[in-house]
Design a protein around this ligand. Sequence first.
Ligand code: AMP
Length: 110
Amino acid sequence: MTVFAKIITGEIPADIVYENEFCIAFRDLVPQAPTHILVIPRKPIERLSAVEPADAQLLGQLLVAAKRVIALEGLCDARIVINDGSGAGQTVFHLHLHVLGGRPFDWPPG
Ligand code: AMP
């Protein structure tokens, strides 16, 4: 069971900023920007590569939730990141969107 699965069940605490029937958004424990929020599906999907065609609507819900979080945080601009696999920096194998804001972001990312 991942740490995010435990946040979903309430087994471990999180600073939840938004939730609905599809997903939960909470502040990252080690923020990489003044605003750093993770949006996760309630459904346990390991990573983006494990998504099935039937998850298409859920993926849309995650992006809509990210938009909601951006508005709630009052951000003008935001960076949305999905790390897919350990080589891309994924450390928790429960699909999640990073919503980052409050500072300038370089491109390409590191
Ligand atoms: P990733 O490296 O893309 O898998 O992102 C995992 C993120 O989860 C990292 O930014 C961690 O700081 C964050 N994280 C790990 N454990 C927790 C936790 N208990 N509460 C909030 N964020 C966490």
